[in-house]
Design a protein around this ligand. Structure first.
Ligand SMILES: [Zn+2]
Length: 213
């Protein structure tokens, strides 16, 4: 089962003190879903595959992260492997944070879904929709310090999170050396923005943790 193989490949804690910031991967099916914690305050980066909330629940359990402690979460972008279980998480008590640059992309995700995917459509009237600039204050309420940045390249709604200690969650932002000709400028600008905000380690939506390119 991919659940067992993939989950928890990256467990990283800045210190073992209670309340310390930690990052745990609860991903499956080759997509990373990151739980950023400050003690028992938890923020989820990327939100599961459609119809596979059970796999996410199982991974959280295996990593000793109570689902009920995940108070907030966001999708780096609204593709099915990053936001597919968002509504299921909301039903379990998570508050979905949608940045204003992402808002127009939430509803259209449904049109890519087939019935056999068992996607739960994301409702629009009960999310926390805020400008990027308000993300820091929201994180602070959880004891986490960082900033959300618009980093288009892979998709126009791509939003990265850079924690003040340098951990950068970049979703599917294309690696600079893999950028095609027509997209190289926008991708280069996104990586420059990340670098200017202190990004050091890259926690992407797929693959291992890497140093900033
Ligand atoms: Zn994507």
């Amino acid at each position: 089962m991919p659940i067992k193989r993939d989950a928890g490949i990256a467990r990283h804690a800045s210190s073992s003190a209670p309340g310390a910031r930690s990052i745990v991967n609860v991903g499956y099916r080759s997509t990373n879903f990151w739980v950023v914690s400050a003690g028992r305050s938890r923020f989820l980066v990327d939100l599961g595959w459609p119809g596979m909330f059970g796999a996410l629940e199982a991974n959280l359990k295996r990593m000793d992260i109570p689902l009920g402690e995940i108070s907030h979460g966001y999708a780096t972008h609204y593709h099915m492997d990053h936001a597919g279980a968002a509504q299921d998480l909301k039903r379990a008590g998570m508050r979905l944070v949608v940045f204003d640059v992402q808002a127009p992309f939430v509803a259209p995700m449904a049109k890519w879904m087939k019935p056999e995917m068992h996607y739960t459509e994301i409702t629009l009237d009960d999310n926390t929709v805020i400008p990027l600039a308000e993300g820091r204050a929201l994180l602070r309420t959880l004891g986490i310090d960082g900033e959300f940045l618009h980093t288009p390249g892979h998709s126009d709604d791509s939003v990265s999170l850079v924690l003040d200690d340098g951990a950068a969650f970049t979703g599917d932002l294309t690696w600079p050396t893999l950028a095609g000709e027509g997209e190289i400028d926008v991708i280069t600008r996104s990586w420059e923005l990340l670098r200017s905000k202190g990004a050091k380690q890259v926690y992407a939506g797929h693959g291992p943790i890497r140093e900033m390119p």
